[in-house]
Design a protein. Structure first.
Length: 391
């Protein structure tokens, strides 16, 4: 091959690659412009939910979820007396799962560490006196209660949430290009294009996904309106309900609990690793801060209910048969029980959810319960005050 032919080959190769990648880059950049750092989505989603009382689906972004939930909190403040705090382990808890006449809003968000939960609770106590009850999780299964991070100072004012919406985090063009050409984004793009091609009106579906935006509306199985503000990860009735709880509709109930249990008990899974690495010793600084929080609430005519979130039926019992995790879990149980008794706290221990009648079909994995299980837990445990401390 002579030099001229070699150059022609390289040019043809470059043109071919560009012809393939440029449309992918363009379409994924269009998608990312309305997902990656696009904070206006949260205010649009909040306004739609307030008007329609429906389910909204947002792009997966923990900061975006917090901003959205803060906007929703301020819309709901005058109508609720109870706030549910925590991480995704509490996101399945609906208002209807709590005893009447409780009026609740679920403020829990993905990966929300206990250091943030404490900060949120302290802020709410000082700023929003209409909230008379806080429900706070004590999570061991995700390792939070064993950690050693400083407690966060939180600001849940409406002004701060609106600033987050109007000043989205900076995302460089170089980062967007890398993200647009990443393997997961390309795979997801092909999935989007397949769905568009199969839709009743492919042209309109294409324009909604890549040009006009604004989200697509639909109905949940029970007739509740729903709207997708996430152009990438769609699903029927996926997202947050009007009461703040998550539908988990994109995941659904467990289909093979035995396999889930088998995997969860492996030594390299998070549950066994947390227990073995910490010997089951909760952070007493966190516990002291939570006890002080509860005392402050009681002095002001409010209350705090602590809950150890439900785990897959039989899971804690199975862990208790493993030599290392058994001793660590027993220590966690003893420490939290003593803490609750000493401080006269309401603590519902739902770790062994089978004791409350929960079944595997009320879970999406080993540590995320759906509202059916939560309803059983709170029906049996409310308010579950333990016996006073002995002298």
């Amino acid at each position: 091959m002579n030099a001229t032919s070699h150059r022609r080959y390289l040019v043809a190769l470059a043109v071919g690659m560009a012809a393939t990648l440029l449309p992918v880059l363009f379409l994924n950049l269009q998608v990312l412009s309305r997902t990656l750092g696009a904070r206006a989505l949260e205010s649009d989603a909040s306004a739609w939910q307030e008007s329609n009382r429906g389910v909204v689906n947002l792009p997966v972004d923990n900061d975006a979820f917090r901003t959205f939930k803060t906007l929703r909190l301020h819309d709901r403040l005058a109508h609720v007396d109870t706030l549910i705090l925590g991480s995704s382990t509490m996101m399945g808890l609906t208002e209807r799962a709590l005893p009447a006449p409780v009026r609740a809003f679920n403020f829990a968000t993905n990966s929300n560490h206990i250091v943030s939960v404490i900060g949120e609770a302290e802020f709410i106590q000082t700023q929003y006196h209409q909230i008379k009850r806080l429900i706070i999780p004590i999570d061991w299964s995700v390792g939070f209660v064993y950690a050693a991070f400083p407690v966060s100072v939180m600001d849940l004012t409406l002004e701060t949430a609106l600033k987050a919406v109007t000043r989205p985090p900076p995302v460089t063009l170089a980062f967007r290009v890398r993200e647009a050409l990443s393997y997961p984004r390309i795979v997801n793009l092909w999935s989007m294009l397949r769905l568009i091609s199969r839709s009743a009106d492919p042209k309109a579906a294409f324009l909604r996904a890549f040009v006009t935006g604004g989200g697509t509306e639909s109905r949940c199985a029970d007739g509740t309106p729903a709207k997708n503000f996430d152009v990438e990860y769609r699903g029927p009735c996926r997202g947050f309900r009007f009461d703040g709880s998550a539908t988990f509709a994109n995941i659904g109930p467990l289909r093979d609990p035995a396999e889930t249990m088998r995997v969860a008990l492996k030594p390299n899974e998070q549950y066994v690793k947390y227990l073995n690495s910490t010997n089951g010793q909760p952070n007493t600084g966190y516990l002291d801060r939570l006890a002080a929080l509860e005392r402050h609430a009681r002095e002001n005519g409010a209350e705090v209910i602590f809950v150890r979130p439900p785990l897959l039926p039989g899971f804690e019992a199975a862990l208790s048969r493993l030599p290392g995790p058994a001793a660590a879990l027993a220590r966690t149980d003893a420490e939290l029980d003593a803490w609750a008794r000493k401080n006269r706290l309401a603590l519902i221990n739902a770790g062994r959810s089978e004791d409350f009648g929960c079944v595997s079909g009320e879970f999406i994995d080993a540590h995320h319960a759906l509202d059916g299980c939560f309803a059983k837990v709170f029906a049996a445990g409310w308010p579950a005050r333990l016996a006073p401390a002995r002298d």
